[in-house]
Design a protein around this ligand. Structure first.
Ligand code: FES
Length: 131
């Protein structure tokens, strides 16, 4: 068997792994009961990657950083994400179940590291309906 295709395949897979991080979505009773493992691209937002894989994270403002419904908690890989700006930080303050590793999934862009992401039980919309 020629070695060249094997070597090319190994390099391709290595490069792919470096720029195609995975996102593990932890089970959520309504949105993703079994959990999911998604292929994503560096520079892509968590929300875009999830929606592409039919994990229907709420995104009431259509990813314009204006609603807070796309709140997620990043259990692993938080430091690899794009920086949070002031607008995102202000909106996050209104999120139900805010934690130190919370992000708005439409604003958090992937680096090269894999992520483990939890979708909170309630979005800000549900929290308002319950009060
Ligand atoms: S979809 Fe509205 S802030 Fe992310």
């Amino acid at each position: 068997m020629p070695l060249f295709p094997v070597a090319v395949s190994m390099i391709w897979n290595q490069n792919r792994a470096e720029c195609m991080p995975q996102i593990i979505i932890l089970p959520h009773a309504e949105i993703c009961p079994q959990g999911a493992v998604l292929e994503a691209e560096s520079g892509e937002s968590i929300c875009d990657a999830a929606l592409r894989a039919h994990v229907e994270i709420e995104h009431a403002c259509d990813r314009a950083c204006a609603c807070t419904t796309c709140h997620v908690i990043v259990r692993e890989g938080y430091d690899s994400l794009s920086d949070m700006d002031e607008l995102e930080a202000d909106l996050l303050d209104q999120a139900w179940g805010l934690e130190p590793d919370s992000r708005l999934s439409c604003q958090a862009k992937l680096g090269t590291q894999d992520l483990v992401v939890e979708i909170p039980r309630y979005s800000i919309n549900h929290a308002k309906e319950r009060s």
